[in-house]
Each structure stands twice: as C-alpha cells, then as structure tokens.
Design a protein around this ligand. Structure first.
Ligand code: 5GP
Ligand code: MG
Ligand code: MG
Length: 180
C-alpha cells in the first residue's frame, strides 16, 4: 500500500494539530447549541471521529451516505442519498463534517436537503478544500487545509475503496491509476 504513494502531503502529526485547532474553535462556536454533527460517509469517518474527540461540548452525531464518484476521480454531478439520517434535523443546529470539497456538488445538494427539512442552521466543516475544482458557489464555514488540484488519499479518503486506512495524506503514483 505504502508503495503506491508518490509523496506525503500531510503527516499524521500535521493533521492532528489541525483537527485539534478546529475542534477547539467549534467548541467555542457551538457552545450551548447542542449541535447535530453529521458525518458524510465514507470519506469523513476518521476526521469525524478525531474531531468530535476534540469538541468539549454536548453534541449528538449521525451519519449520512451519498453517492459521489464511484471509482472515478471526478464528480459525476449526480447525487443520491444511500443512507439517510436516523434523527430529524428540524430546529437543530447542524454541523456537516466532510473530508474534502472539490466541485461542491455533493455538499450543495446535502445543504439543500437539510435546509428543506428546516434545520435551524447548517454549517460545514471540511478537512480539505480544493477551491479550484468548484462548479457551484460554496464556501465552507470551517476548513483545515486548502489544496491545489491533486487527487489525495489516506485518513479516510479512498481511491477505488483503498487507502482509507493510511494515517497520513498522500498522492498516488500515476501508474496506480493507469494500472486499473
Ligand atoms: P465534490 O462533490 O465536492 O466534487 O466531491 C465530494 C467528494 O468527492 C468528497 O467528499 C470525496 O469523498 C470525493 N473527493 C473529492 N476530491 C477527492 C480527492 O482528492 N481524493 C479523494 N480520495 N476523494 C475526493
Ligand atoms: Mg466526502
Ligand atoms: Mg471516494
């Protein structure tokens, strides 16, 4: 698995430092608001787990899965709910936790759904942002790192369902794609 990585963009330590910082900021901003923290599966599962451990306030969590890329590296623009929330969001302060925002299509669809369900507020925290990839206007409320247009894996993020368990963020060697 490590052999497929061309270079490491963010080490485990750099990621943990950033997650701690975000968690502290979110704790201040959501104090007394009992946020419903929503993990967008699967990519955000590790970030979500680390982030809520750094949030020192009462909160609730839930999970949602939406279809995005399949095995490709670019968004198709077609978004579908694969797994919905277990609890209603009406009247809740919702914090959507994403791994990475590229085109913004997945998230803008999700925000729309949550607003139509009458959430009191919808905020977005993403660990990674690729603003150059945007096809819709969307600015996350909280973000960890801004990236150039590169495809990254690790820390929850996959290529063809692999590499999610790498503790760091890396870029794949080009031959990994062409070998498919
Ligand atoms: P968007 O709809 O913003 O184009 O993409 C949303 C989802 O696509 C992300 O939440 C993530 O799951 C996936 N994605 C976007 N960019 C990357 C990337 O560089 N690496 C990986 N592994 N997944 C990505
Ligand atoms: Mg995602
Ligand atoms: Mg993926």
């Amino acid at each position: 698995m490590q052999n497929d990585i061309q270079n490491i963009l963010f080490t485990e330590e750099q990621i943990q430092d950033k997650v701690k910082e975000l968690g502290e900021q979110l704790s201040r901003d959501f104090e007394g608001r009992n946020p419903l923290v929503i993990c967008v599966l699967k990519g955000a599962f590790i970030f979500m787990a680390d982030l809520v451990k750094r949030m020192s306030i009462p909160l609730e969590i839930d999970f949602m899965a939406v279809s995005s890329y399949g095995q490709a590296t670019k968004s198709s623009g077609v978004v579908k709910i694969i797994k919905d929330l277990d609890v209603p969001v009406e009247g809740r302060n919702v914090l959507v936790v994403e791994d990475i925002i590229d085109s913004g299509l997945t998230l803008s669809y999700l925000i729309d759904v949550l607003e139509r369900r009458n959430a009191l507020s919808v905020s977005v925290a993403t660990l990674f942002d690729k603003p150059s990839g945007r096809s819709v206007e969307l600015e996350p409320d909280y973000k960890g790192f801004t990236l150039p247009d590169a495809f990254i894996v690790g820390y929850g993020l996959d290529y063809a369902e692999k590499y999610r368990n790498l503790p760091y963020i890396g870029v794949l060697k080009p031959e990994v794609y062409t070998a498919q």
